[in-house]
Design a protein around this ligand. Structure first.
Ligand code: AMP
Length: 616
């Protein structure tokens, strides 16, 4: 556990499209503004000829540099390249994603004229670095410890990959917390002391790229997750993509132009679609208007709320199916839900609210918590508790999470034998007995799977390990115990033991295909530090250049205003000096910092005597 001496611990909501950071300070949560004054920061990273941009500055240049501006890393994290969902997205992303070692998706960009490949963990680590820096500026001190949130439906490898991203960004990840639990803390903080008895709360969290629904039971300050459901590939981005498809076809129909291979045009159109979608949450019609979208053609096209709803109805309805599933898993009916709490930017869509309200027979939905900030808010409280910085208000808060998917081993028959059923409260330790299938078998392989399908191979393989040294015996006689330990972060360790010999072996989850090894994480950590140093060097170079420009322009202004204080010869000399300094600045736009600083010294040596006279 982190101690008080280690400074404030922060809560980070690492979102698909936007991220948010908060901290517990002076008995309350502060959601921290970024350098642009915004409380949410785009989860975007852009690379160009001279620098790396993070957050708003990256998103602002996306249409100018679409192939090197990366977003949606969360939709790739912990997934394989061949995953059909990744394949679907690859077709829409303007940046390039290729298949790396062990089927790992690798993002390819050009940075400073060189091709670079990044894993999703590295891109997410860059977003986390940005969030860490935002908090450091606000707090005026270095931040080391953080709680990072993930969707409840994230599987083991997605959670691990997110934790790895935290490590690469130089953070000590105190806990991987699930988003609905974080939101429930934000919701429950006001309520926990006032309410008496048990309260069942359904958290409906529809964000940029993921959808989670969870049912929690709150008793005073104890929050227990009863069940969770959702889709890690359903959110605002999908609604934008459906609109993008619609408008691309509209463009083709009206102007006979096919922009499907033009990343820049597609990006411009997608940005306009997101804006139109947001407008349609408060207006019943809006329009897209983009100058010079493709082939020099301006594109103007209206869209009504009804059309937007029609394009996405299937996705909106899918949300309700997950709500039903979540209730079923919790063995509750809709009448037992006391409160339906909305979280995530996409819950502002009127149709989503209406479908949900209709499903709950007209029940009023709770919109009292900030949909964009609730998750970071809850994470900040959890971070304060874990780092020993909590105060009386939150000290007694107890969170009990559940396993989002069943965990088990595949039997020789191919059947999945569940050891930890879905929605078991964590941390948990479960055990199950197995044996050999052949006479005198001395070793058994345990493939560990995650998922709900009856056949192991239809689920997600987390890894496998071998228990050897079993004493030869007729089949079915050896007694082999398998233990599944899931920690508070939802991260799993599996061990097996031969009861006769005491021999044991376990799974080294970090060796699972597609996840990063310790060495790879260390290498990425070094690379991240190098990139950060380069960013700082770039910033310093720009500051030096700005300051030199200021110096030259101010000298020029002073000369124009007060040249009468100088003799004609001196005035001419300084004027020509300033002219040549301006030409030098034009010719040295990308000069290194030491070249700029030397130039400044050289000019000061010549100019100062004149400037003194001018400004006397
Ligand atoms: P989150 O991941 O919770 O930050 O949600 C981000 C998503 O919410 C993005 O896809 C946004 O486009 C979407 N969003 C934000 N505001 C609105 C709005 N007023 N109407 C519809 N969607 C919105």
């Amino acid at each position: 556990m982190a101690g008080k001496s280690e400074g404030s611990a922060i809560g980070i909501d690492l979102g698909t499209t936007y991220s948010c950071v908060a901290v517990w300070q002076r008995d309350r949560v502060q959601v921290i503004q970024n350098d642009q004054g915004n409380r949410i920061t785009p989860s975007y990273v852009a690379f160009n000829e001279t620098e790396r941009l993070l957050g708003d500055s990256a998103k602002n240049v996306v249409s100018m540099n679409p192939t090197n501006t990366v977003f949606d890393a969360k939709r790739m994290i912990g997934r394989r390249f061949s995953d059909p969902l990744v394949q679907e997205d690859v077709l829409l992303w303007p940046f390039k994603v290729i298949c790396g070692e062990n089927d790992k998706p690798m993002i390819v960009v050009t940075h400073k004229g060189e091709e670079k490949r990044f894993a999703a963990e590295e891109i997410s680590s860059m977003v986390l670095t940005k969030m860490k820096e935002i908090a450091e500026v606000f707090l005026g001190s270095t931040v080391k410890n953080a709680v990072i949130t993930v969707p409840a439906y994230f599987n083991d490898s997605q959670r691990r990959a997110t934790r790895d991203a935290g490590i690469i960004s130089g953070l000590n990840v105190l806990r991987i917390l699930v988003e609905p639990t974080a939101a429930a803390i934000a919701y429950g903080l006001d309520k926990m002391y006032s309410s008496s008895g048990e309260k069942n709360v359904l958290i409906f969290d529809l964000g940029g790229g993921t959808f989670d629904v969870s049912i929690l039971t709150m008793v005073k300050s104890t929050f227990k997750v009863k069940s969770t459901a959702g889709n890690t590939h359903l959110g605002g981005e999908d609604f934008d993509n459906r609109m993008l498809k619609y408008f691309s076809q509209e463009f083709k129909r009206k102007h006979k132009g096919d922009m499907s291979n033009n990343a820049r045009a597609l990006r411009k159109l997608k940005t306009a679609c997101e804006r139109a979608k947001k407008n349609l949450s408060s207006m019943v019609h809006t329009a897209i208007s983009i100058d010079c979208l493709y082939d020099g053609i301006d594109f103007n096209s209206p869209i009504t709320r009804a059309k937007f709803e029609e394009l996405n109805m299937e996705l909106f309805e899918e949300c309700i199916v997950h709500v039903e599933k979540c209730l079923k898993d919790a063995e509750m009916d809709k009448e037992s839900i006391d409160e339906v709490v909305l979280v995530g930017g996409s819950t502002r869509i009127p149709k989503v609210k209406q479908l949900l309200q209709d499903f709950f027979n007209g029940k009023k939905l709770c919109e009292s918590i900030h949909p964009d900030e609730a998750v970071a808010y809850g994470a900040a409280i959890q971070a304060a508790i874990l780092s020993g910085q909590s105060t009386d208000e939150i000290r007694d808060l107890v969170l009990c999470d559940v396993t989002p998917l069943s965990l088990g081993v595949e039997l020789d028959s191919g059947e999945m034998s569940v050891v930890v059923p879905r929605n078991t409260t964590v941390p948990t330790r479960k055990e199950k007995g197995f044996s050999t299938v052949n006479d005198n078998q001395t070793s058994v392989t345990f493939p560990v799977y995650e998922g709900e399908r009856p056949r192991g191979s239809d689920n997600i393989l987390l890894g496998e390990f071998v228990l050897s040294g079993i004493s030869p015996a007729p089949r079915g006689v050896p007694k082999l115990k398998v233990f599944f330990d899931m920690d508070v972060n939802g991260i799993l360790t599996v061990t097996a033991k031969d009861e006769a010999t005491g021999n044991a072996n376990g799974i080294t989850i970090s060796n699972v295909k597609g996840l990063l090894s310790q060495n790879e994480i260390l290498k990425m950590l070094e690379e991240a530090k190098k990139l950060k140093l380069e960013d700082e060097e770039h910033k310093n170079r720009f500051q030096a250049k700005n300051s030199l420009e200021d110096y030259v322009y101010n000298a020029g202004a002073a000369t124009r205003k007060f040249s009468s204080k100088l003799g004609i010869a001196d005035a001419k000399k300084i004027e020509s000096e300033i002219k040549s300094a301006m030409a030098w600045l034009d010719d040295h736009k990308n000069a290194e910092r030491d070249v700029i600083e030397n130039k400044r010294k050289e000019l000061e040596g010549i100019w100062e005597p004149f400037l003194k006279k001018l400004l006397l």
